[in-house]
Design a binder for this molecule. Structure first.
Ligand SMILES: [Fe+2]
Length: 249
């Protein structure tokens, strides 16, 4: 086994200049990028988000919510039709509620990849997940999974590059990090055999900081405690042609 279980750390400002992000994502479990948003920006986004509760999408019977529609939740709940029908309105709601957030998330992908980013046609742009304090994910953690669900089949088959970036807007009092395993997607959505998952590490979030992972890496949101919800902004990205990345939520 390689000496992989590390999270590489850097600052958002240093990304374009000095970090080989795509290389790091294959050498390391993940990349932590500090200061994507300032604490002030996070507070503003959070205030806007909670003022707009009526615009949230409820998933899995209120286990979790989002602002903007997330593809994987709709896929798993058989609601893809709703996802695509509402994509433009979803983006408008995110922009109205959290001005500049989508742009900043896409800009982050451009900084990470050094490539050019395009909104994935027909899909919803970056959005926000709210995992409520005390709810199922807080108590039990999330599902162990890969972020391959939103990728076109041919993209996955050829293992073309894809990444997920999550920026933490509100940290729970404790826990809520991301457990990452050595295992990468090998044709099955689940890896039940613990030995096959390989080595693991738990990456912690910083407020306003991103965790960036290869979408083919096995991962799981960890349980968390306290009164505060776990709130994060997510963008998925896939390299469709060399240097050209499509983004969605
Ligand atoms: Fe994920």
């Amino acid at each position: 086994m390689s000496s992989e279980p590390v999270i590489q750390r850097c600052r958002a400002d240093d990304l374009a200049a000095s970090v080989d992000v795509l290389g790091e994502l294959t050498r390391c479990f993940g990349l932590a990028v500090a200061d994507v948003f300032s604490p002030g920006q996070c507070a503003e986004f959070l205030a806007g988000l909670y003022r707009a509760r009526g615009a949230w999408v409820s998933d899995f019977d209120g286990e979790q919510f989002s602002l903007g529609r997330a593809f994987y939740t709709h896929l798993e709940q058989d609601r893809c039709r709703e996802y695509f029908a509402d994509a433009a309105a979803s983006d408008a709601r995110v922009e109205r509620t959290l001005p500049g957030l989508q742009r900043a998330m896409v800009r982050l992908v451009e900084q990470l990849t050094g490539g050019v980013c395009f909104a994935r046609r027909g899909f919803c742009g970056p959005g926000v997940h709210v995992f409520p304090a005390g709810e199922k994910v807080a108590r039990e953690g999330g599902v162990i999974h890969f972020d391959t669900e939103g990728l076109p089949e041919a993209h996955v088959r050829r293992r073309k590059r894809a990444l997920t970036a999550v920026v933490m807007l509100s940290l729970p009092e404790s826990g809520g990090g991301l457990k990452l395993w050595h295992a990468r997607y090998a044709g099955s959505d689940t890896v039940d055999d613990e030995a096959e998952r390989g080595a693991s590490c738990e990456a912690r979030y910083e407020l306003g900081g991103a965790l960036v992972i290869d979408s083919y890496r096995l991962h799981q949101i960890q349980p968390f405690a306290g009164e505060r919800d776990r709130v994060s902004a997510t963008v998925h990205a896939a390299e469709v042609d060399p240097g050209r990345w499509e983004t969605w939520f």
